[in-house]
Design a binder for this molecule. Structure first.
Ligand SMILES: Cc1cc2nc3c(=O)[nH]c(=O)nc-3n(C[C@H](O)[C@H](O)[C@H](O)COP(=O)(O)O)c2cc1C
Length: 185
């Protein structure tokens, strides 16, 4: 069985990201080809990167890094639920990614982004970052508009066609997570 982590990329009080991630999780949980689990950065509460060695060295000193490493290492793939902040992803998500290295490698990832223009710039930046970490990012992407998929910019009411987008994204993600298994062995 494939294990997929759904990373909530915002810790902001009143964040939209949690409802978006729960919607993705509810849709994904209907599948029988993978298991899906929410990973809430708010619960991990990582500080600004405070490891003396770069993550690529794989020698972590801090208990919060070891806990984060353990959490991420066991997944086969990820869905990054990302807001767009100043034309990129959130600082808290970038920081959480920077903490680790081997734990991300040879896995697949997909994006659910949201913002004024669907958060596409955030997802594009994440694709660059994850390329460095040898994460294979799938083509299908769910882009949610603050105007079309939310009421008053804050009540999540996804348009009907978005569910189909999630299905296509999950099909690609599960396939690639499975295909990369030999590299992780
Ligand atoms: C610091 C900050 C910067 C933002 N910059 C952008 C932006 O460049 N483009 C955009 O589409 N939305 C931008 N927004 C709007 C966010 O995408 C929107 O508030 C979204 O709901 C934030 O995600 P969250 O509620 O899960 O924290 C910004 C919001 C914040 C807080």
């Amino acid at each position: 069985m494939i294990d997929i982590g759904i990373v909530i990329g915002s810790t902001r009080p009143g964040r939209n990201g949690e409802n978006v991630a729960r919607w993705v999780h509810d849709l994904a949980a209907k599948r029988d080809d993978a298991r899906f689990e929410l990973v809430d950065l708010h619960e991990h509460a990582l500080p600004h990167l405070d490891e003396p060695q770069p993550a690529a060295a794989g020698s972590y000193e801090n208990p919060h890094t070891l806990a984060w490493s353990e959490r991420i290492a066991r997944f086969d793939g990820f869905i990054f639920v990302t807001p767009e902040y100043n034309r990129s992803t959130s600082g808290v998500l970038k920081n959480a990614i920077d903490f680790l290295y081997a734990e991300w490698a040879d896995k697949a990832a997909a994006f659910v982004s949201y913002g004024v223009d669907g958060g596409v710039r955030a997802a594009e930046h994440l694709r660059q970052v994850l390329g460095q970490l040898q994460v294979a990012t799938v083509q299908a992407q769910v882009t949610l508009s603050l105007f079309a998929d939310f009421e008053n910019l804050s009540e999540f009411r996804p348009a009907a066609h978005q569910e189909e987008r999630v299905t296509v994204m999950l099909d690609q993600l599960v396939s690639w997570s499975r295909a990369l298994r030999p590299l992780r062995a």
